[in-house]
Design a protein around this ligand. Structure first.
Ligand code: PBG
Ligand code: ZN
Length: 323
């Protein structure tokens, strides 16, 4: 286990997980790159975030870098979905986005790549199923591991599995190690609740489930014990960084998870949390900028070492320090 080396070797990760102060380096900006779109599309409720073509993704990153953002998490949304039974995942689009980002910006940024199946399965679930409707664990873990490897080969700096399947961190770690990517970190969505607050995201990533919901694999909000053990499981499987999601509704869990695992724990301020602030602003009820900053302060106070937020690109203008 080379975890400590992975966490120390990269200046971006050292800044991201620093427990001193609060700077834009503690924030990760999500990006949605969508295959086959002619015009960048606004995402309902997510002010400032769009579904972007590859060219626009590069432009967006350039502007974000100018605003001090150094950390990104990429969601690749391919045009073609996987067949119901052939389980064929075409990675070409997402790997192309990754390699173009790498080529253009070199090491100026740290690029996490969200690794899941829901934006490529025709049914929108984060896994594939057997004919009888049971989760096909083996095939799911294989598809996720192969994705992680391909994304890393294309130039991803870190892999971020968001599927919540048992064993995925272990499977991905083994595959990366076997490919000699010993230093590629895994930032796991380790405590992820089944939440209504992912609504706007599912439009952005074309990933709404076509039947049922995600309660088979995401955590029931009533279950604190499951929430904590889910992160411990990821730590045992070899995750380098952990995360709670949604962010503010998981505030009570950040510290216990950090204490039990001794790993960096971040929070994902999800689409619905962000869109809630946008909606309040639209109704003339709050000052959006002050509200956004307030939520980040609350998450830092609660012990989040880093925050994934759609508002990272506004941090500088909100006065969040650069160093
Ligand atoms: C996909 C994924 C989701 C989010 C991140 N990765 C949605 C889901 O699980 O339904 C949610 C992010 C957000 O709402 O901002 N596994
Ligand atoms: Zn998913």
């Amino acid at each position: 286990m080379k975890r400590l080396q992975r966490l120390r070797q990269n200046v971006h990760i050292r800044d991201l997980t620093s427990q001193i102060g609060f700077t834009v380096n503690h924030l990760i900006q999500p990006l949605f790159a969508v295959e086959g779109i002619k015009h960048d599309g606004e995402i309902e409720g997510l002010k400032g975030t769009k579904r972007l073509s590859i060219t626009s993704t590069l432009k967006q990153i350039e502007s974000d870098l100018n605003n001090g953002v150094t950390q990104f998490i990429l969601f690749g949304v391919p045009a073609i979905k996987m067949g119901e039974t052939d389980y064929f995942y075409n990675h070409d689009f997402t790997t192309k986005v990754i390699s173009e980002i790498r080529e253009k910006f070199g090491r100026a940024l740290h690029l996490w790549v969200d690794t899941c199946l829901c934006s490529v399965t025709s049914h929108g679930h984060c896994c594939v199923f057997h004919q009888n409707g049971q989760i096909h664990s083996e095939k799911t873990l294989d598809l996720l591991s192969q994705s992680a490897l391909k994304f890393t080969q294309a130039g991803a700096d870190g892999i971020s599995p968001s599927d919540m399947m048992d064993g995925r961190v272990k499977a991905i770690r083994e595959t990366l190690d076997a490919g000699n990517y010993l230093m590629t970190p895994i930032m796991s969505y380790s405590t992820k609740f089944a939440s209504q607050l992912y609504g706007p995201f599912r439009n952005a990533a074309s990933s709404a489930p076509q039947f049922g919901d995600r309660t088979q694999y995401q955590i029931d909000v009533r279950n604190r014990q499951d929430a904590i053990s889910s992160s411990i499981r990821c730590a045992e499987e070899g995750a380098d960084l952990l995360m709670v999601k949604p962010a503010m509704p998981s505030l009570d869990l950040i510290q216990p998870i950090a204490e039990k695992t001794n790993l960096p724990v971040g929070a994902y301020q999800v689409s619905g949390e962000y869109a809630g602030l946008v909606a309040l602003e639209k109704a003339g009820l709050i000052d959006f900028n002050k509200g956004l900053l307030e939520t980040w302060y609350v998450l830092k106070r609660g012990g989040a070492q880093f925050i994934i937020t759609y508002g990272a690109r506004y941090a500088k203008s909100l006065g969040v320090g650069l160093k």
